[in-house]
Ligand binder design. Structure first.
Ligand code: C2E
Ligand code: MG
Ligand code: MG
Length: 588
């Protein structure tokens, strides 16, 4: 814009228009004002440059259509070539009614934004910006977001895959179960969640190494996928545990049959590093007709069924049923009662006599056997609640209570003038591994020769524990008699003799109870007695239920006998009568 073109205006106005023109020319963006007749009132140098090399023609007074004609005549706009009339029309229309903001990309790849403002007097102010940088930045941002999404998708799929076997992992299994739960309206959908667990996998890992264990897991994964096909979800839940989700309509196969068939397919020896690895497979199935079941609940049901299958010797299948549901509820109730502290007040001590084999009227010893007098379930034997006590790590506390009550009972009997036999108390592995065991016994100041401890030989399975050894040494130093309970029931029997150094072993009733009818049982007892005697260890026989068994066991060298023949475990009062009866039988 030429500053001299404004000479007809007032001096004051000239000054301000000159300044304005200066400012406008400093703007890099084209700026123009058209009057109501579509003629330029003012424009800046950038606007004029748009018409290069005809800048000098772009001056106040020239009309919008004359400018468009210039473009056409001099070929300034490639868009106009060959469609001049149409170009003129659209440009005119755009000038008059065009949108307030218009954006486009030109031939050179530059992005432009046009702001058009119509003032009340009909004049039009136009300004155009180059927004190429903005658009490129936006495009870059969009690309980056896409790349980020791709990466996220990749990570998400990696998070769903088990590294070792390339099966779906626990997270994917959970997601699939969530998906099933969301299809609650699908009444015909039967869902069976199957949890598989290898039997003997630990031994394979221990004997052949973890690399062989990993190869076996991959092999099992491949066999499972082959059996179930790509339609079924097969996942590795971790360790040697796998999951399969079976779905079928109402007339589908019973899931248990499918699972048994799958085990037959999967469970044959695998040749790994030139070794034939043998393994078993157990499975727990949770079947429910309603699909609207939370994944955790389904998994817990399958897990309970699997646990039960494993307990039944392994290589077996168990379906979650009403019996297991009740057992789960029962266990949960007991767990709750133990954790809430209700157990302590409801424990009851029973006592069972242990007699001299040569003279059963002599009762040198007795065993404390705990019971839980549960307000809802009645009198519970230890096999019902001890595993739960152990699972919540309360066995140490329970043994402490039993010992305290036993000591209190002994003191009470002594005060009454009753001749109390030496009482043996069962000690759980958890208590034997307790660092504070010796300290707690010192605090109690056990009366000399009043009690002995029964220790399960299994305490040594897989354990080489310094606390355990320290405690055993401490118990020996304190002069407390140690007995090995249920002798012969684990593979650590013989080594436990050397580790525990007991003064007595109690041969388990699975051998003693059969000596009358089984030669093998007699041989085992005979050899065990010989081994014990050679080490200076005395022998008690458990589970003596009849006179013939008692005679045989005495003849085989067991010096003490325990069993229903002499008396079943009973509460303190009844025990006193029982002992009186046994002792008077001697004098009779
Ligand atoms: P255990 O120490 O081997 O106790 C002997 C078990 O055999 C007792 O079962 C007893 O009732 C049973 N028994 C005794 N004589 C005969 C018989 O002639 N025939 C048959 N069939 N059974 C007989 P119970 O009382 O159910 O105790 C089971 C186990 O629970 C005990 O086995 C012991 O390991 C554990 N236990 C009992 N009380 C305690 C305790 O206070 N603390 C700990 N840690 N464990 C305990
Ligand atoms: Mg015992
Ligand atoms: Mg026993």
């Amino acid at each position: 814009m030429d500053e001299d073109q404004n000479t007809e205006m007032s001096a004051e106005a000239v000054v301000s228009l000159r300044d304005l023109t200066r400012f406008l020319n400093a703007l890099p963006a084209p700026f123009v004002v058209y009057d109501v007749d579509e003629r330029i009132i003012v424009c800046n140098a950038a606007y004029q440059r748009e018409y290069h090399p005809l800048e000098h023609r772009v001056v106040p007074g020239i009309s919008h259509s004359e400018l468009q004609m210039l473009k056409i005549e001099h070929g300034l706009d490639s868009d106009a070539i060959g469609r001049e009339e149409e170009f003129l029309k659209t440009e005119q229309l755009r000038h008059r009614q065009g949108p307030a903001i218009e954006e486009w990309e030109d031939d050179t790849g530059q992005f432009k934004r046009m702001l058009r403002t119509r003032l009340p007097d009909g004049s039009v102010v136009g300004m155009r910006f180059d927004i190429t940088d903005l658009r490129l930045a936006e495009r870059e941002l969009k690309d980056r977001n896409e790349r980020l999404k791709d990466t996220q998708r990749m990570l998400a799929s990696a998070a769903m895959v088990d590294d070792l076997t390339q099966l779906a992992n626990r997270r994917a299994a959970h997601a699939a179960l969530e998906d099933i739960a969301a299809r609650s309206s699908d009444e015909n959908l039967h869902v069976g969640v199957v949890l598989y667990d290898l039997d003997g996998f630990k031994q394979i890992n221990d004997s052949f190494g973890h690399a062989a264990g990993d190869t076996l897991l991959r092999e099992v994964a491949a066999r499972m996928t082959q059996f179930f096909g790509p339609e079924m979800l097969v996942a590795r839940m971790g360790g040697d545990e796998f999951l399969v989700i079976l779905t079928s309509g109402q007339d589908g196969y019973p899931f248990e049959d499918v699972v048994l068939k799958s085990i037959r397919h999967i469970c044959h020896p695998a040749l790994i590093n030139d070794c034939e690895l043998h393994f078993g497979l157990s499975a727990g199935i949770a079947v429910d007709c309603s699909s609207d079941i939370a994944p955790d609940k389904r998994l817990a049901m399958a897990d309970t069924a699997l646990y039960s299958a494993k307990e039944q010797s392994g290589n077996s299948v168990r379906q979650f049923d009403e019996q297991l549901r009740q057992k789960t509820q029962f266990d949960a109730q007991l767990r709750h009662d133990i954790l809430s502290g209700a157990l302590a007040d409801q424990l009851v001590l029973y006592f069972q006599p242990i007699v001299d084999a040569a003279n059963p009227a002599r009762v040198p010893s007795a065993e404390t056997l705990v019971r839980w007098d549960h307000p809802q379930f009645g009198l519970l034997s230890p096999d019902k609640f001890l595993p739960i006590v152990e699972s919540v790590r309360a066995a140490r506390k329970l043994d402490e209570i039993v010992l305290d009550r036993t000591l209190a009972q002994i003191a009470k009997w002594q005060n009454e003038g009753f001749t109390v036999p030496k009482i043996s108390v069962n000690i759980s592995p958890q208590r034997l591994l307790d660092e504070k065991l010796l300290e707690s016994l010192t605090e109690r100041a056990l009366p000399p020769d009043a009690v002995s401890f029964e220790i399960l030989e299994t305490v040594f399975s897989d354990r080489c524990n310094t606390t355990l050894q320290w405690n055993l040494d401490g118990l020996h130093d304190a002069g407390i008699e140690l007995q090995i309970d249920d002798y012969g029931t684990s593979h650590s029997s013989i080594s436990s003799l050397l580790m525990i150094r007991p003064s007595r072993i109690k041969i388990d009733r699975q051998f003693c109870g059969k000596v009358a009818e089984s030669k093998e049982a007699r041989d085992i007892v005979r050899l065990t007695v010989a081994l014990a005697k050679s080490l200076g260890i005395s022998v008690t026989a458990e589970g003596v239920e009849n006179a013939e068994t008692a005679e045989r066991l005495a003849a085989l060298g067991c010096d003490r006998l325990q069993g229903y023949l002499f008396g079943k475990p009973c509460p303190a009062g009844a025990f006193q009568h029982m002992l009186h009866h046994l002792r008077t039988a001697k004098t009779a």
